[in-house]
Design a protein around this ligand. Structure first.
Ligand SMILES: [Zn+2]
Length: 335
């Protein structure tokens, strides 16, 4: 199988510029591109996105589309309008405040996601990439404690039906389990909808640095989902202040789970927020994934992330050089 190597791409909606950038990606050894497809894109750039997808295919790329920040439920630096417009579909936090995020148990949000999927496949996505699906969690905002979601009426009812007791105000292991079951049902339903429309499904789960063994055990049910084709994670070790060995741990776990459940393993490489002097680790991460037998390797993001302030690398051009060198070395091998 030809190795799949790629990057994510966002922030540019002018097809002239996109065409030029696709050429740069190809020169760097890429044959897959992930285009973010936010609520803003869906509402205001639909035909342009169709053009961008078709341009990508003309340049020989496989195209992933990602519900970037959609509903505040998926990962991504994009705001959600859906949550603003649908008060009753919003998550309710443990302190009673409504979060700026939709509840994965809300039927109205599930309906909206099916609409998103329908449009994403219609404009040509080969793969729908479900990135970091999650409930509201203070840790994701960089805080160690704080209110969590969701305690909306629907979640409370569901919890009571499952656990036979009222949903606690504290985040317990039972709450976590209920949320995992909710996400499994949400993703299972969406993945089925994608398959019905004829595209493939990739799922990327957030690593949990505090309890790697525990999180990998809990990932099994997600990897086992019938309609998931590609299973992966994005262990951005430098961002999380973790040793490289933790990245390797998660990459190996993905490979093993994917093998066990007959999925294609995918790993995401940190090519954003890379500190000066550590750019070589990007190359090392690609080589490690390859050595572990992973043949679907993606990096966040194009050019080593030079233009999004919050996640910019210190020396993006060096990151890009390291990433390209690693990709081109793979391209030069007999696969
Ligand atoms: Zn809820």
């Amino acid at each position: 199988m030809l190795a799949k190597l790629g990057v994510s791409y966002f922030g540019v909606r002018n097809p002239e510029h996109v065409a030029r950038d696709l050429k740069r990606m190809a020169v760097a050894g890429c044959n897959v591109v992930l285009h973010t497809f936010s609520e803003n894109d869906l509402r205001f750039y639909l035909e342009t996105m169709r053009e961008i997808v078709s341009l990508s295919k003309e340049h020989g790329f496989e195209v992933h589309l990602d519900p970037w920040g959609v509903g505040g439920v998926f990962g991504g630096e994009a705001f959600t309008q859906f949550a603003l417009e649908h008060d009753l579909a919003r998550q309710v936090l443990s302190d009673g405040v409504r979060a700026p995020a939709a509840c994965p148990n809300s039927p109205r949000f599930r309906e909206f996601m099916r609409e998103w999927v329908g449009e994403a496949v219609k404009i040509g996505a080969d793969v729908i990439f479900f990135d970091e699906p999650h409930f509201w969690n203070p840790q994701l905002l960089g805080r160690s404690a704080g209110p969590w979601g969701c305690r909306c009426e629907r979640c409370q009812e569901g919890y009571r039906a499952r656990c036979g007791a009222p949903m606690p105000l504290k985040f317990t292991s039972e709450v976590r389990e209920f949320q995992e079951q909710s996400l499994l049902s949400f993703l299972g339903e969406l993945a089925k909808a994608v398959h019905r429309l004829g595209a493939k499904v990739a799922l990327c789960l957030l690593p949990e640095w505090q309890d790697p063994e525990g999180v990998v055990r809990r990932w099994a049910e997600f990897a086992a989902l019938e309609d998931i084709d590609i299973f992966g994670t994005d262990p951005y070790w430098m961002w999380a202040g973790q040793p490289f060995s933790r990245y390797e741990f998660f990459a190996r776990a993905v490979r093993e789970l994917a093998d066990e459940y007959g999925k294609e393993p995918q790993i995401w490489i940190q090519a954003c927020k890379v500190p000066e002097g550590r750019e070589w680790e990007v190359r090392r991460a690609v080589e490690t994934a390859w050595r572990l037998g992973i043949r679907n390797i993606m990096a966040w993001s194009f050019l080593g992330t030079p233009y999004m302030t919050r996640v910019r690398s210190d020396r993006p051009e060096v990151v890009w050089r390291e990433l390209s060198a690693a990709y081109l070395a793979i391209r030069g091998r007999r696969e």
